[in-house]
Design a binder for this molecule. Structure first.
Ligand SMILES: NC(=O)C1=CN([C@@H]2O[C@H](COP(=O)(O)OP(=O)(O)OC[C@H]3O[C@@H](n4cnc5c(N)ncnc54)[C@H](O)[C@@H]3O)[C@@H](O)[C@H]2O)C=CC1
Ligand SMILES: O=C(O)C(=O)COP(=O)(O)O
Length: 474
């Protein structure tokens, strides 16, 4: 990598994680796009200042940024990243852990969807990684705490696919109420089976929504417009859309609903949230739909409840283990339950397609890729899910001797005083700092910095005990 840090021999061979992840990329990361240009623009040439300094400290070039995109990230996102001049490798599937560990060693940016597990065990090999883009809503697949503590920022797309999920829910509610996937399968096999027994209109029925966030509240509006009554349960007190009504407990919801849909994130509290005891509380002949995460529903308990007729129909979009890519065999994923699931009547099984529409994927591609570019080029953490949100108005590269310092550090007393002692030798034009839990993020634009001083400035910050990661953009 033609970067400044390569020119700094004393940093070679440093072997602790925090030091090695801060290698050349961070020191020399420079804005190679004009800060006044939008970040859709292709990289332009370096600023005069950066070009002039190239002999002493080669500025970071966007062409050096290595990006790995897994799980078929949409072309919209790929194009934005490529237009920056980054090296983008895009793969259609996720990777097994050992392959991921090999690949992640080298990259500065990784883009994933819901399948790829970025555990601490994987991330500890990611020596150059500065940012993770989840091109989806859920972030349970990433060890967010470990990432923050090692200075890796994580972004997602908080609502670009919510509507797609909500619309699928409406389709499934009607499909289950009319048993129409069974009728369709029968007719595909040549069997004419015209029945009305156990088939219902949805008008006047009660939908119980568990988790009234982006998806749940969209679904609420759509369901009411079909004449359904809506009740919802959430750990937070939330204003209901239309005439929907929040209930005090999960039990209240289960007892009061004809259809139950789940839209909670995967957390310790939501694992097996719907198991035998909860299913027993549901109305006889009720329906259950899970498009949240596979661990939320105890699948063997659901199978038993459907076999007994307690539950009249179910739709599952998510599973505890999902195949890594298209074409892979689903049979092996659920071990003992797959056969039982497949033999049930009135159950819709879909391959995690809740957010899989052209509209959602295209919007997610743009949203997450833009956040990644903003972070790589400018250090902006707006909408990050594991770091404090910090931004400053654009750095003016055209002004000579301007530098942006990013200092991710442990949130302990006394750090700001020491950092500002270091920055205080220069003119601090603007500065912002914020903390989130144990991690704090400081961004400062300083002027009156000669290129020859950047190395010392960087090293002084690196030497502070509180340091997690230092980046100097110039
Ligand atoms: N099947 C698919 O393709 C998709 C699945 N999802 C899943 O759906 C989940 C929900 O998505 P959004 O609505 O966008 O999330 P959100 O964050 O907007 O809403 C989640 C809601 O669940 C509530 N909640 C959290 N823990 C709870 C608990 N223990 N009990 C009751 N309520 C609880 C929160 O307070 C929040 O209101 C995501 O976390 C993701 O796992 C999201 C998009 C697509
Ligand atoms: O957005 C989410 O959380 C989803 O579950 C959708 O995930 P996907 O992008 O289809 O892997």
């Amino acid at each position: 990598m033609p970067t400044a840090a390569r020119d700094i021999p004393e940093r070679n061979g440093i072997d602790t994680l925090n030091r090695s992840v801060s290698n050349s990329f961070d020191l020399s990361a420079s804005l190679s796009t004009s800060p006044s240009a939008t970040f859709h623009s292709p990289p332009t040439s370096f600023s005069k200042q950066a070009s002039a300094s190239a002999k002493q400290l080669k500025p970071f070039q966007t062409a050096d940024v290595k990006v790995l995109l897994l799980e078929n990230v949409n072309q919209t996102g790929q194009s934005i990243l490529k237009k920056q001049g980054y090296q983008v490798e895009a793969m259609k599937s996720s990777l097994a852990e050992h392959e991921l560990i090999e690949k992640i060693k080298d990259v500065h940016v990784i883009g994933i969807r819901s399948k790829t597990q970025l555990t601490a065990n994987v991330l500890k090999h990611a020596k150059n990684l500065i940012v993770i883009g989840c091109f989806c809503i859920g972030t349970n697949q990433v060890d967010l705490k470990y990432a923050a503590e090692t200075g890796i920022c994580v972004f997602n797309s908080p609502f670009s696919n919510s509507r797609s999920v909500a619309e699928l829910m409406i389709g499934e509610i009607i499909a289950l109420a009319r048993q129409f996937t069974d009728r369709s399968l029968e007719l595909h096999k040549g069997v004419w089976n015209k029945v009305s027994t156990g088939c219902w209109e949805v008008r006047g029925k009660t939908l119980g929504i568990v988790g009234y966030g982006h998806v749940g509240s969209q679904l609420s509006v759509l369901a009411e417009s079909m004449g359904m009554h809506v009740i919802y349960y959430d750990v937070v007190n939330l204003m209901g859309m239309g005439t929907s009504r929040q209930v005090a407990s999960l039990d209240d919801l289960l007892q009061g609903a004809d259809f139950v849909t789940l839209h909670v994130p995967e957390t310790d509290e939501t694992k097996n949230m719907i198991s035998t005891a909860q299913i027993e509380k549901m109305r006889n002949g009720a329906y259950l739909i899970n498009a949240s995460r596979g661990t939320i529903v105890d699948i063997p308990a659901l199978i038993k409840a459907m076999q007994s007729g307690k539950i009249a129909g179910a739709a599952l979009d998510v599973y505890p283990n999902e195949p890594g890519g298209n074409g892979e065999n689903f049979h092996n994923q659920l071990n003992d339950f797959t056969e039982d699931l497949r033999n049930l009547k009135n159950i819709i099984l879909t391959p995690h397609i809740g957010g899989s529409t052209e509209e959602a994927q295209s919007a997610i591609g743009v949203e997450v890729a833009e956040a990644l570019v903003n972070y790589v080029n400018f250090g902006t953490t707006t909408q990050a899910v594991n770091m404090p949100e910090v931004t400053l108005r654009s750095l003016t590269l055209e002004e000579p001797n301007h530098v942006r310092v990013i200092y991710i550090h442990k949130n302990v007393p006394g750090v700001l005083r020491r950092v500002n002692e270091i920055l205080g030798d220069h003119n601090v034009d603007k500065q912002m700092t914020d903390s989130r839990g144990d991690v704090a993020y400081l961004m400062a634009d300083i002027s009156s910095v000669n290129v020859s001083e950047i190395k010392d400035l960087y090293q002084s910050l690196e030497d502070l005990g509180s340091r997690i990661r230092t980046r100097v953009l110039y």
